[in-house]
Design a protein around this ligand. Structure first.
Ligand code: HEC
Length: 165
């Protein structure tokens, strides 16, 4: 019963969220996206996971050329950089919270840095940026993808207590 109530509350707050753009730290923005855009996001994420696994394999093989190539792919293909129509871009920017956009942008910069450090074949920095990108997956999912990855729910409740209360 309690669960039903909280689902309703979430639905209401997600509607509110669609209207107030600056309401960060609420995971509901993605739900308000059109189904087309949500499919694009999902496909992009699956490609992203594949790319990260490819980079891991290249790292353990010392294949910096391959790391660089994959980093370029990530840099160019992540959702907010895709050839979306201008209406779709507008939709992303109005429906997703500001912190989502900021995290996407930081992630994108890190992919560019990974490209650079792979180009100069620096192992420490390559690991540093790979790790930073991995961290970005976790951080963004914890805030915005709890529907897809529900195990984050319990974790973020714990964090909210620490940070906000
Ligand atoms: C700026 C935010 C953000 C970043 C950074 C991010 N993701 Fe995601 N990801 C999401 C959101 C939001 C969803 C859930 C989409 C949905 O529910 O429709 C998601 C879903 C996914 C999924 C599930 C896709 C599906 O539909 O089956 C995978 C896999 C994934 N992400 C991989 C990654 C990996 C790997 C990284 C890091 C290299 C990453 N993501 C970084 C926001 C992000």
């Amino acid at each position: 019963m309690l669960k039903k109530v909280s689902v309703t509350v979430l639905l209401i707050s997600s509607t509110l969220l669609a209207q107030s753009k600056e309401h960060h730290n609420k995971p509901m923005g993605v739900k308000t996206l059109s189904s087309e855009l949500r499919v694009v996001l999902s496909q992009e994420m699956i490609a992203l996971e594949k790319a990260m696994k490819t980079i891991l394999s290249s790292m353990i093989a010392g294949d910096y050329t391959s790391i660089e190539k994959t980093a370029i792919k990530i840099k160019n293909s992540f959702i907010l950089k895709q050839k979306l129509t201008s209406t779709q871009k507008e939709e992303l920017h109005t429906k997703l919270p500001q912190s989502f956009i900021a995290q996407d942008s930081a992630f994108h910069n890190d992919a560019a840095m990974l490209e650079h450090v792979a180009n100069i074949k620096n192992p420490e920095l390559t690991q540093f940026y790979f790790n930073k990108m991995l961290n970005a997956c976790v951080t963004c999912h914890q805030s915005f993808a709890q529907e897809k990855f529900p195990l984050f729910e319990a974790l973020s409740q714990k964090q909210n207590v620490q940070h906000h209360k």
